[in-house]
Design a protein around this ligand. Structure first.
Ligand code: AMP
Length: 213
C-alpha cells in the first residue's frame, strides 16, 4: 500500500493497523523503502481516523479567578474542582496572588490566580458554565467591582476575538490589571494577545492607566 492508495473500509483500516503494530514490535531495522511504506501507511491510517473517529477539538482557554470574601483559598480551590468537572481539564494553575482591590478600593484584599484549561466547549458555553459555578459558590454581587465570593473572567479563548453583547474576548481589561497579568506571566509569559499583538510579559511591563468607570 502506498500514498496513492487510500483506506476506505474498516477491514483495510484494521489490516493497516496490524501492519503498523507488527513493524513497531519488530526489532529488525527497516530498509529505506520499508520505512517510506511505513510512513505512508501511518498517513493513510491518520486520514481514515480523522474522517471516521474524529477527536473532539480542544481549545486552550485562560481564566482569571478572584475572591475577596469568606475563606478565599477554599473558594478558589472549589471553583477549580468545578471548572475541571464542567469546563475542561485544568492543565496549568498559577499560585495565589494577594492583591489590593482594583476600582472600588475600600473592600478586603483579593486572592487572585490564573488557570489554563483545555475545553471542548464553545465560548458561550464556557461563559454559561463559569457563571453557573459563580452562582453555585454563592457569588454576592452588589456593586460593580465590589466584594465577591468568586469572580471568574474569561481572558482568552485560543486566539479568537469574540464580541457578543455578553462576552468580550480577549477580556477588555487584561492589559490594565496587574492581578491578571502577574499570574498569567507565571503560566504563559509568551502568549501573544491576539488584538494587541504583544506577549503577556510585554503587557505586564507596560505602563497602565488607573481604573475609571
Ligand atoms: P463582572 O461582574 O465583572 O464579572 O462582569 C460580569 C459580566 O461581564 C457578565 O454579564 C458577562 O456576561 C460579562 N462579560 C463580558 N465579557 C466577559 C468575559 N470575557 N468573561 C467574563 N464575563 C464577561
Amino acid at each position: 500500500m502506498n500514498k496513492s492508495e487510500s483506506i476506505n473500509t474498516e477491514e483495510q483500516y484494521k489490516k493497516a493497523l496490524d501492519k503498523i503494530y507488527q513493524a513497531m514490535n519488530s526489532s529488525a531495522l527497516l530498509e529505506q523503502s520499508e520505512e517510506d511504506e511505513f510512513n505512508d501507511l501511518v498517513t493513510l491510517v491518520e486520514a481514515y481516523e480523522d474522517k471516521h473517529y474524529p477527536m473532539p477539538k480542544l481549545e486552550t482557554v485562560y481564566l482569571s479567578l478572584g475572591s475577596n470574601l469568606g475563606d478565599r483559598k477554599e473558594i478558589l480551590e472549589k471553583a477549580i474542582v468545578l471548572l475541571n468537572e464542567k469546563v475542561g481539564v485544568v492543565v496549568k494553575q498559577s499560585k495565589d496572588y494577594e492583591t489590593a482591590p482594583w476600582g472600588v478600593t475600600d473592600q478586603p484584599d483579593f486572592l487572585n490566580l490564573a488557570i489554563e484549561i483545555r475545553t471542548p466547549l464553545k465560548p458561550l458555553e464556557v461563559l454559561e458554565q463559569t457563571q453557573s459555578i459563580e452562582n453555585q459558590l454563592g457569588r454576592v454581587r452588589k456593586e460593580k467591582w465590589g466584594a465577591r465570593l468568586i469572580d471568574i473572567d474569561i481572558l482568552f479563548y485560543g486566539n479568537q476575538i469574540i464580541d457578543e453583547p455578553n462576552l468580550k474576548v480577549p477580556h477588555p481589561l487584561i492589559q490594565e490589571r496587574d492581578f491578571v497579568l502577574s499570574p498569567m506571566v507565571e503560566i504563559t509569559p509568551d502568549f501573544v494577545h491576539p488584538v494587541l499583538g504583544k506577549t503577556i510579559l510585554e503587557l505586564r511591563d507596560y505602563p497602565r492607566t488607573p481604573p475609571t468607570e
